[in-house]
Design a protein around this ligand. Structure first.
Ligand code: AKB
Length: 327
């Protein structure tokens, strides 16, 4: 691959919402055969399966990761396998096992085999009731109320420890809710902000599980992918932070999101029936100060609510017309 740095990359959680698109972006950049997608049990999409290597692993079982790292001579890991906030509240033990023990296994393998770099995203779920909700600072109180948030705080601390103690170059950011037209999210609190688009296109109705005035930070998938690639390619000497960058793109209420969709689909109707996820949403910040990410590695989002909505609705409407909205 002339002009491009050779890498042998492992992606965990590659069947998930971020993983499925990040894997394809990495394959395009580094070559299909150099990016090994892995998942625990869900079958990969034909696109993922047919474009490069795919293996089943369980990140909570170190040997299953090691076998793939060994076989493909992996030097870089994008560790995306995780249980999200809503499922984590239903299965807290599983959430701890996958998110903390899984990360520990990846970091140990990176230490033992001197891997070049590890990516592990954190989340706005590290924040909580005692965190300032407006323009949440980079350095602030972490007081998560969910098991998912607890695992992400532990994960950030673990990553920093591995960097300082063992020199493992591990990086990550606190993702807000991620919205995408390609793969549905699995079990997060911010999932309503994706489901609303699908239901607007399919049925022109949506019952939202958070209140109309619920404001959360969100990001469109192309920006999420760009942020991961950019952070991973930044020279280490530029970074003061490593695995806990605040990251922002846009913040809006569920009502504002519905109103933006209505501009394209005037007959769209939304009802609000908050469930247990409302409490989680209420514990998270509304807006985020991401100046460290901007200063240290040049972060800048490309999409706002209007641009994202136009793009989402165009893609989903095209798929719906072909009878493939949910694939
Ligand atoms: C969730 O809702 O659990 C995730 C997140 C904000 O990390 N989307």
């Amino acid at each position: 691959m002339p002009g491009k740095e050779m890498k042998r990359i492992l992606v965990t959680g590659a069947v998930g919402q971020i993983g499925s698109e990040l894997t394809m972006a990495l394959r395009e950049r580094f070559g299909n055969e150099n990016v090994v997608a892995t998942g625990r049990s869900t079958a990969p999409s034909p696109t993922l399966r047919d474009s490069g290597p795919f293996e089943f692993i369980d990140v909570a079982k170190k040997k299953t990761i090691e076998a793939v790292v060994e076989r493909y001579r992996i030097d870089t890991v994008y560790h995306l396998a995780a249980i999200l906030s809503a499922v984590g509240e239903k299965k807290p033990q599983l959430c701890w096992d996958v998110n903390v023990n899984g990360l520990y296994n990846v970091l140990e393998i990176a230490r033992e085999r001197e891997l070049t770099r590890v990516f592990c995203p954190s989340s706005i779920a590290v924040f909580g009731r005692h965190t300032p909700v407006h323009n949440t600072p980079q350095e602030t109180i972490l007081s998560p109320t969910t098991m998912y948030g607890v695992t992400k705080v532990a994960g950030e601390a673990l990553c920093d420890y591995y960097f300082q103690r063992f020199g493992v170059d591990v990086r990550g950011m606190r993702y807000p809710g991620i919205i995408s037209s390609e793969t549905l999210p699995g079990g997060g609190t911010t999932d309503y902000a994706v489901a609303i688009y699908y239901e607007a296109v399919a049925n022109q109705r949506y019952t939202c599980f958070v209140r109309e005035d619920t404001v959360l930070p969100m990001m469109y998938m192309p920006d999420a992918i760009k942020s991961a690639m950019d952070l991973m390619e930044t020279d280490l000497s530029r970074l003061e932070h490593h695995s806990n960058f605040n990251l922002a793109a846009m913040s809006f209420s569920a009502g504002e999101l519905a109103a933006e969709i209505k501009r394209h689909i005037p007959e769209f109707q939304v009802e609000y029936e908050p469930d247990f996820r409302q409490e989680i949403a209420d514990s998270w910040p509304r807006t985020i100060d991401d100046s460290s990410a901007r200063e240290e590695w040049g972060w800048e989002p490309g999409y706002d609510l209007a641009a994202m909505t136009a793009h989402m609705l165009e893609r989903l409407s095209n798929r719906h017309a072909r009878g493939k909205l949910y694939r």
